[in-house]
Design a protein around this ligand. Sequence first.
Ligand code: SF4
Length: 314
Amino acid sequence: MKKSLRILLASPRGFCAGVARAIEIVDKALERFGPPIYVHHEIVHNPHILDDFRARGVIFVDHPDEVPTGGRMIVSAHGAPPATFERSRTRGLRLVDATCPLVTKVHREVSHYVRRGRRVILIGHRGHAEVIGTSGHAGEEFDLVETAEDARTLPIRPGVDYAYATQTTLSVEDTADVVGVLRERIPEIAEPLRSDICYATTNRQAAVRTIAPRCDGMVIVGGSNSSNSRRLVDAARAAGCPRTWFVSRGADAPLAEFDALKTLGISSGASTPERLVDELVDALERRFAVDVETVSVTTEEEQYKLPSLSALHG
Ligand code: SF4
């Protein structure tokens, strides 16, 4: 007889509006123009999506110079610095921007601060594609802090007006700590009217925090370089579920380790296709007598308009 296992599915989970839009842009570009379509950086941080696109003729590049003159290039959902767009134009590339509108919002804020003569403190992960893109709007000099400790030790320049902005996919709680330190050290610091951490990141973390106390194990499905997926692991552990596994797809889950569990939580990052969660649930159903409950903390209705693809013509 199969052992019983209760599964709590966190909701919302999986694709956000920005990821769905970026994928649709590449899909439509392939349909309309055929391969090759070049994409600056990984369109979204999920290896399975990238493999599917590679098989259909998408070539991922790190720099516009890797694209032949006149080639068709799409900028990923994470955005890119202005220099990438300038270089692409100089090289005569046909360009469409799939930057998530919520990342673009942060770019605009940062540019606004710089125009007002403020020095920007960017809260985010060094080397992450979104941070590289946003820092390109932050003027000649800016500061990057990753942790509350960084914020505590950041040299503050007298007579300088500061502002801060954050990566969209950070831990809500850790970022609140970093911002708390900055506000204490720089009481006049300018800040976004609404948090830069996006709705999708916030909702997915809230859903994981809600189910974590009811679970004795949790699986987060996501790409290894997906910031928002990684933060779900942190959220689960911080909310009381220390046995949290991070897997790229259901087939990678250590099913034998779940034999000791009564209740397993499942969630997935904003760039994770739902089929990878389905694959995990199917594998669990083969091994256990499962009882699945979806726990929803909110519903999401965000949808972002696709840009015109006319710039790819010709
Ligand atoms: S995680 Fe947030 S910022 Fe990133 S693509 Fe999705 S909605 Fe946009």
